[in-house]
Design a protein around this ligand. Sequence first.
Ligand code: PXP
Length: 243
Amino acid sequence: MRKIRLGVNIDHVATLRNARNENFPNLLDVSKILKEIQVDSITVHLREDRRHIRDKDVIDLKEKNYLPLNLEMAATKEMKDLCLKILPESCCIVPERREELTTEGGLDVKNQMDYLGTFLPDLKKKMKVSLFVDPDFDQIRASKDLGVAAVELHTGKYSNLFREKKQHNELERINKAAKLCRDIGLDCHAGHGLNFENVKDISQIDEILELNVGHFLVSHSLYTGLKDTILKFMKIIDHPKSK
Ligand code: PXP
């Protein structure tokens, strides 16, 4: 039987937490819930501007060790030093621009072979390394040449096209990219913008071994949790409608 893995990205739990700076919602409590329901890993993206996840979060998550930790990070010396200090189980190298809202495109591996060729070896010795790339054959082959264990295919374009029901060509591109990964011996992960609707076809691609999903899962849990939470509050205050 196929065993797809799910990594849950909890960056936006930290976004909510940072709105008040009172350590609520608490990342470790959330991680405990993720462990209880047996997801496979926790992903966090330590961005250069620390807009959600902070250094101490990564340290605490690793120390508690509820689930294997996957650190998404830019290919900078600062991040590498931190990563080698904290030693998560895996890391995923992502491109990062300060002004972007989220990771908008894949890493241009092909045009940074020299830089990445010297940047990656220390990490590869200590953990599983993946590169976040567009579903592009050249980028995937270049990743293989760098000797990483995996690529994570960027599904952002697919997710955007899905809203307009124009995703078919991009889905096929992801499908072919995943098969190339299998053929050349790279683990294939995928993520970005996935939700209940658009993940179905992605999860049917056998060669995709792991999905990393964040914003939708955190956001949708507001819809499913809001009713119970407010009803409980109404009960506590003896609100007339709570009888
Ligand atoms: N994978 C990678 C490499 C990412 O950078 C992100 C966004 O931080 C995700 C997965 C998760 O994307 P989303 O939050 O849209 O599910």
